[in-house]
Design a protein around this ligand. Structure first.
Ligand code: HEC
Length: 145
């Protein structure tokens, strides 16, 4: 009973930290090897529409020169990167390093895009946003399509 409630409390804390209602799997972190679990795959599936919406909204914000919206939408993506890195795709699951590198690349391009937008350099920010889309696509090429 005690163990169950500790696990439950742990799950609640982690769950609220990540802001995702999806139950977390504990097994992989504990044993150090990355064995995909249904929960981790489901999580990725849940996360992606957020990426899609936020990146579309970033593009709109860039068109409108709306720096505040650009920042807000970008934060939705950057705030989910840690979780993305922990998630597990369906394909090429053995290529962990590459998956994590793709997630890091996405973060980097998003951060650069916002920095340029904040300086009012919208032409450059739009060019940088193309690299955001490329980062989405390069991960999908290996791990989704
Ligand atoms: C680190 C890898 C990675 C990055 C970066 C990434 N995705 Fe994905 N994405 C995936 C994987 C893997 C799937 C397939 C998910 C599944 O099979 O459940 C996916 C699926 C999707 C889907 C289809 C919905 C679904 O759950 O199958 C959309 C839409 C999507 N991604 C949008 C984006 C957008 C937009 C970006 C960039 C802002 C992005 N993704 C960045 C790995 C990534």
């Amino acid at each position: 009973m005690k163990i169950t409630s500790t696990v439950l409390a742990f799950s609640l804390v982690i769950g609220s930290l990540t802001c995702y209602g999806v139950a977390r799997a504990h097994g992989t972190e504990k044993h150090g090897t990355m064995v995909p679990t249904d929960a981790q795959m489901k999580k990725l599936h849940t996360m992606m529409p957020l990426f899609s919406d936020a990146s579309a909204a970033m593009e709109t914000a860039l068109k409108n020169g709306d720096v505040k919206a650009l920042e807000t939408e970008a934060e939705k993506i950057t705030g989910a990167i840690a979780d993305l890195k922990k998630s597990v795709p369906h394909r090429n699951t053995a290529q962990r390093e590459k998956f994590v590198a793709r997630a890091a690349q996405l973060e980097k391009t998003v951060v650069t895009t916002v920095a340029l937008g904040k300086k009012g350099l919208f032409t450059e920010a739009k060019a940088s946003f193309k690299k955001v889309e490329a980062a989405c696509a390069s991960c999908h090429a290996t791990f989704r399509d």
